[in-house]
Design a protein around this ligand. Structure first.
Ligand code: FE
Length: 175
């Protein structure tokens, strides 16, 4: 087999798909890195590192990182969410439990919640598989904005352009 196709920046790689002639998409490995340019700021202190955008189902995978406390606005999910807390801890204003380091969590479609990382948590990192869109709402359920793969990719494009990786860098994470 040929050597993996590796991005010039060495952030990720993949092998040519064996069944490419049948339309099979390549798999993907996104390597660990300390490069701060991969983190896209969503809110003050709140960053997302894109890993995978599925343009067929509308799902995506990301790492969410919060430094020194912060929150992700009140939102509703169109599809299931799976998460795994890699570092630190966080909670939802609407729930009694806390997601601690090493915890797995599932969120059902329709779930409305506000993610909060308390100030005493220096760094929080959680892996999320997000099955669909997030609808951000105010406390009276008025819709503020809808975040889906297209709007996220647009956000990533702007960020990667700004930090010198180029807007098209985001294409590496799309299948
Ligand atoms: Fe959520």
């Amino acid at each position: 087999m040929d050597a993996p196709v590796v991005d010039p920046n060495k952030f990720l790689g993949f092998d040519a798909p064996v069944l490419a002639h049948l339309g099979q998409k390549p798999e993907m490995v996104v390597y660990a890195t300390d490069d701060p340019r991969l983190w896209v700021e969503l809110e003050p202190n709140v960053f997302s590192r894109p890993l995978f955008f599925d343009m067929v189902t509308g799902a995506h995978c990301e790492m969410l990182r919060v430094l020194g406390g912060g929150s992700l606005g009140r939102h509703k999910h169109s599809s299931p969410v799976h998460g795994y807390v890699v570092k630190g801890r966080w909670r939802y204003l609407e729930h009694t439990w806390e997601a601690t380091e090493g915890s797995y969590l599932f969120e059902a479609p329709g779930e409305v919640h506000t993610l909060v990382v308390d100030k005493d948590v220096e760094e929080m990192i959680t892996f999320f598989y997000v099955g669909g869109s997030l609808t951000y709402m105010d406390d009276d359920d008025n819709i503020i904005s809808v975040e889906d793969n297209l709007s996220l990719i647009e956000k990533c494009r702007e960020h990667f352009e700004k930090v010198g990786l180029g807007g098209d860098f985001v294409h590496n994470f799309i299948r």
